[in-house]
Design a protein around this ligand. Sequence first.
Ligand code: NAP
Length: 450
Amino acid sequence: MKNIVLIGPSGAGKATLGRMVAKTLGYGYVDLDEMVEDKTGLAVLDIFGDQGEEAFRDMEARAAREVGGWSGYVVATGGGVVLREGNMAALRKNGFVIFLDRDQETIARDIVLDYRPLLTGGIGKLFSLIQERRPLYENNADAIFKNNGPWEETFEQLMRVIRGAGFAGGYAVIGDPIAHTLSPLIHGAVFTHLGVDEHYRGIHVPRGTLGEFVESLEGFGIKGFNITIPHKQEIIQYLDEVDEEARLAHSVNTVVVRDGKLHGYNTDMNGLMSSIRDNGHEFWGRVVLILGAGGVASSVALKAAREGAVHIIVLARRVAAAEEVRQRVQGVVEVEVSVGDLGGEDLPRYTALSDVIINATPLGMRGYGEDFPSFEFLKAAPKRALVYDLVYAPPLTQLLLHAQELGLGTCGGLAMLVYQAIIADELYLDRELDKKELYKVVVDQMNKNK
Ligand code: NAP
């Protein structure tokens, strides 16, 4: 995410507006002068007085270089930041620069000159600095923003400039953590292929701050967003409408904003279905074995039941959790559900009966540190069986490798991840998309990015 860098003379509103913009967009906020003060433990006024302007400019340059490497920040700068070309080169590297152009008479009316180091020479000094630096502000700006009105009015106008520059609007994925999300890559590839002129970005919404994010949605101007861990359940209370699949799964992964109202959907399970059908399989009339009894296992069991599976088997290391899944499913659909112990004899016994075997545990996931203790149970699987691993990193897990060695059909979790995103795009764009074609487009893009 790019930074938004505010430049302009003292009193132009960089700190006041910068804080308001950061809060509205959910960005971080940093003031270069305050950064220098924090790092040195000295007030800017004292640095100027004791060490001279050049010493301060060196410190400011170090701060600008550091901030140039950050992302997702609104950066308020000192009036003289434009004096050194290197400062602006550093800040522009990942920054969109806005010159806050406030009339000198309005500034003179507003500011307290005593606290601004270079303005102790009075109003005449202020005016000559503004005139001297104006060409530098103009030359370094991506956008020039005239702000002579009261702050509230000015802020609304500035947000329009920022939205227009692509910092708001568009689509997003929210979660905590969000740094490693693949969603911007997937949706970006779909939008580019379709010629949709929209951006898609990740927004870090820390646990416990979902309500604040929803409140600030109007400021973001976002048209829709995906939701990942840990907000899929909590988001439901903020929605105006929740579709049936999401309500039954008690999990929303896609929100579409229509006329200011929030509509929630769950595209995960249809993503799973598309990938199963790609492999020539169905749930209808099949025996489905699910390993694990967590959030996704419960949704998969429900989906399998609603899609016509004749027998669902849930094996978990805590049989009580599998029993909860059984009750949930049978509360909605009349279907045979068996439960058992993932670690015991149940595993090979039930594997022998199954058409579709789904790993809904994190076993084998990169960084999880644990895998299935043995893959012997796969030898019991009928030759017709599909082994589906919901884990998508790595794309080829040990479970899938062992299944392939036995000649069984396999599918990795990446397919569900990509399909659920494409189905979310259908909701965002309100049109049917060629999912198979887009799946290939996304996978090609992922391979290029490796
Ligand atoms: P979850 O709610 O935490 O559930 C995990 C399940 O796995 C629980 O039943 C848990 O048992 C069990 N488990 C964990 N460690 C285990 C171990 N060492 N041995 C045996 N069982 C173990 O997680 P989730 O949200 O359902 O996600 C499960 C997996 O699906 C994750 O790997 C996730 O990445 C993947 N997933 C993929 C997609 C996709 O699009 N491909 C989408 C969603 C999820 P306890 O309850 O006893 O801890």
